[in-house]
Design a protein around this ligand. Structure first.
Ligand SMILES: Cc1cc2nc3c(=O)[nH]c(=O)nc-3n(C[C@H](O)[C@H](O)[C@H](O)COP(=O)(O)OP(=O)(O)OC[C@H]3O[C@@H](n4cnc5c(N)ncnc54)[C@H](O)[C@@H]3O)c2cc1C
Length: 399
């Protein structure tokens, strides 16, 4: 079969969808192979950072997310025993971004918005129930094997982007190592509809609550409040989701005299891993297929979106004949170190700070945070880091 200048994308998650939108806007034919019967609707990432909103704005996506989301200008650092420690308002970096806030909006809303935007593009196709099983390449193009309810199929393309999540078949098909580690505890997320900011009057809409064993990240998403906290590895799912146990944990974090209505709960293990390369010839990795990290700081999906946007823009230039495909090495050079030195380092640090066990270190950290919050210049530095603006700029500066 003749190979056109088409791109195949494995996985229609946030990263695959955003890459597809950029390629489609440039008139490049795209086929998205998605294992599930439709776009998945799971409660995972819900934080969009300022640089992601700036990038998605150029694609016409951000206003649609804002309609469906909740703007949260401030982030709080709290201590379970001592209450509010410091609060940082993104207004301080309003001269650095068009979106000086975090937008809370579930990731499945992004994929739906982009799916609808792609509807009119005749050369863009979502193939659902299409599970990628392998990939190979020559100097001319790629062959992607996938299974469907009606049997096995193959598709040919100029390039393949593996956006098929942390267990990426595309990554494995190329023998690319995914080195890193798994945390020795499990993470629980619990969503409740009760307005936690009315139950705990000074509670912010994004709050990181430190404690040696009961730390928590609390996020107000549009339709619920979500608590994320650790439990020991040896606890079973049944024990973790026991109603009395859960109510006790939630009441420790946000005490009140009624029961919370737990309307969604997940239990999962967390890894910190980065692929040894993001490029093998015509096969590229982006998003969770390339890197995974703990959810503290909301950097997983955002970093993935930055990959997808960076890579798709480069593929447009290559396919138009404006650049050689050496440009793809620059994708690896720009995005991989940021995952290692910035996202991995920051998320590992975020967890370490939240769970600090030494009371003296915990107290020193609180004093430092209070001092930073009183200094506008230092607060700006913190926000430039946590909002990922520094990471994106550093990546863009790499040749
Ligand atoms: C429980 C949980 C909570 C999380 N919370 C947060 C958070 O609060 N903040 C944050 O930033 N990040 C969070 N993350 C991470 C975030 O969800 C991911 O970083 C983000 O989804 C990555 O997007 P992606 O498109 O790369 O991959 P995914 O969203 O994983 O999408 C991959 C897509 O590929 C499809 N697929 C998989 N295998 C195949 C195959 N073989 N063939 C075809 N299709 C395939 C899948 O069905 C899926 O649609 C969380 C993750 C989990 C698991």
């Amino acid at each position: 079969m003749a190979i056109k200048n088409n791109v195949i994308i494995a996985g229609a998650g946030p990263v695959g969808c955003v890459a597809a939108l950029i390629l489609s806007n440039a008139g490049i034919p795209v086929t998205l192979l998605e294992a599930e019967a439709g776009l998945i609707q799971d409660l995972r990432a819900s934080t969009f950072h300022p640089p992601s909103l700036d990038m998605l704005d150029e694609l016409g996506v951000t206003p649609k997310l804002i309609e469906r989301g909740l703007i949260t200008p401030s982030i709080q650092y709290r201590d379970l025993d001592d209450g509010l420690v410091a609060e940082f308002d993104h207004a301080l970096i309003a001269d650095e971004t068009n979106h000086p806030y975090r937008l809370q909006c579930e990731q499945f809303k992004l994929t739906r918005v982009i799916h609808d935007m792609l509807e009119p593009f005749g050369d863009t196709e979502f193939r659902f129930n299409a599970r990628v099983t392998g990939a190979s390449q020559t100097g001319e193009g790629v062959t992607v094997a996938y299974s469907t309810p009606d049997g096995d199929e193959e598709i040919f393309g100029a390039y393949l982007i593996g956006c098929d999540g942390s267990r990426s078949v595309v990554r494995k098909s190329q023998g690319i190592e995914f080195a890193g580690f798994t945390y020795p505890e499990q993470f629980v997320t619990i969503s409740v509809p009760e307005p936690v900011d009315r139950i705990v009057p000074d509670m912010g809409h994004v709050a990181y609550i430190s404690h040696p064993t009961e730390w928590c990240a609390l996020i107000h998403a549009p339709d619920f409040w979500r608590f994320l906290f650790p439990i020991p590895m040896e606890m079973t799912r049944e024990e973790a989701f026991d109603e009395t146990y859960l109510q006790d944990r939630l009441h420790r974090l946000a005490p009140w005299d009624s029961a919370y209505s737990v309307n969604h709960k997940t239990l999962y293990g967390v890894n910190q891993r980065v692929a040894e390369t993001y490029r093998k010839g015509r096969i590229l990795l982006a998003g969770d297929a390339a890197h995974v990290n703990n959810p503290l700081g909301g950097m997983g999906m955002n970093g993935g979106l930055h990959d997808g946007i960076n890579l798709a823009n480069k593929l447009v230039r290559i396919i138009r004949g404006e650049e050689s495909d050496d440009l793809l090495d620059r994708y690896d050079r720009q995005r991989r170190p940021i995952a290692v030195e910035y996202v991995q380092a920051q998320t590992i640090r975020n967890k370490k700070n939240l769970e600090e066990k030494d009371p003296a270190v915990r107290k020193r950290r609180q004093d430092e945070l209070r001092a930073v919050a009183e200094d506008a210049g230092k607060s700006r530095e913190i926000l430039m880091q946590t909002s990922m603006i520094y990471g994106v700029r550093k990546s863009e500066a790499i040749q």
